[in-house]
Design a binder for this molecule. Structure first.
Ligand code: GLN
Length: 224
């Protein structure tokens, strides 16, 4: 079994190392025709504007959209989640190209800048083992996005309570930080930066469930 890992920028090496710990080979993808050699793909965290510019330079967007539309399993972590969203808001430069397919709106820097990065215990029922193993996962959030809304076909796998903000009188509310829609998985945090491989195992299981059969996707747009 091999898994493609988009290797333009960001934490692709860490994803490949996590896959290796599970006995799976991760293949670096930098050019459109390399996507033909893999049946699933991980889009890593990093910096989505930079990654989008590099993807444009390598003419990767049409092939990535086709990959998603064919129903092949794709997992985006952090900047990768932004890539997969149908809509992204909160961009400084007024828009960037997205792959799209995941029916949701993502706020690119919902949790703030680098110094607002944090770790948090998340409750993730989808990760609970049949033996009753733990369902909590320590999420690493780095300049992290959040999902603001989801369409009817999207399952929410984890959310995170944002503390109330006394300055602007915002009450505590939950934002979505992990989603799945058929062949597409998105996490706002970075499982590849932890020693815990349960999300990678989840994606491998998803690959065997989904095969290459379902269909999803569409062109993404961005604004903000
Ligand atoms: N917020 C970042 C972006 O817009 C993503 C951060 C990350 O991948 N760690 O690209």
């Amino acid at each position: 079994m091999v898994v493609g890992v988009l290797a333009l920028q960001g934490s692709f090496n860490e994803h490949i190392a996590a896959l290796k710990r599970l006995g799976v080979k991760g293949v670096e993808i930098r050019k459109p025709d390399q996507l033909q050699n893999v049946s699933s793909l991980i889009i890593p965290g990093g910096e989505s504007t930079t990654m989008a510019r590099l993807a444009e330079y390598h003419n990767l967007f049409p092939a990535l959209r086709e990959f998603v539309k064919m129903g092949k399993p794709v997992w985006g972590t952090c900047a990768g989640l932004i890539f997969l969203a149908n809509k992204a808001v909160g961009q400084k430069l007024g828009g960037q190209e997205l792959v799209g397919g995941l029916d949701c709106t993502v706020h690119r820097n919902f949790f703030g800048s680098q110094i607002q990065s944090f770790e948090a215990e998340l409750s993730v029922p989808a990760l609970a083992s049949q033996e009753g193993g733990p369902e909590t996962f320590r999420g690493v959030f780095i300049r992290a996005p959040a999902v603001l809304d989801v369409g009817p076909d999207v399952d929410v796998l984890a959310d995170y309570p944002v503390p109330s903000n006394k300055e602007n009188a915002m009450p505590e509310k939950k934002v979505i930080v992990a989603v799945r829609q058929g062949n597409l998985l998105g996490t706002a945090f970075h499982p590849e930066l932890t020693a815990d491989t349960r999300w990678h195992s989840y994606f491998l299981k998803m690959m065997s469930e989904v095969g290459e059969g379902t269909s999803s996707g569409g062109k993404g747009t961005s604004s903000g």
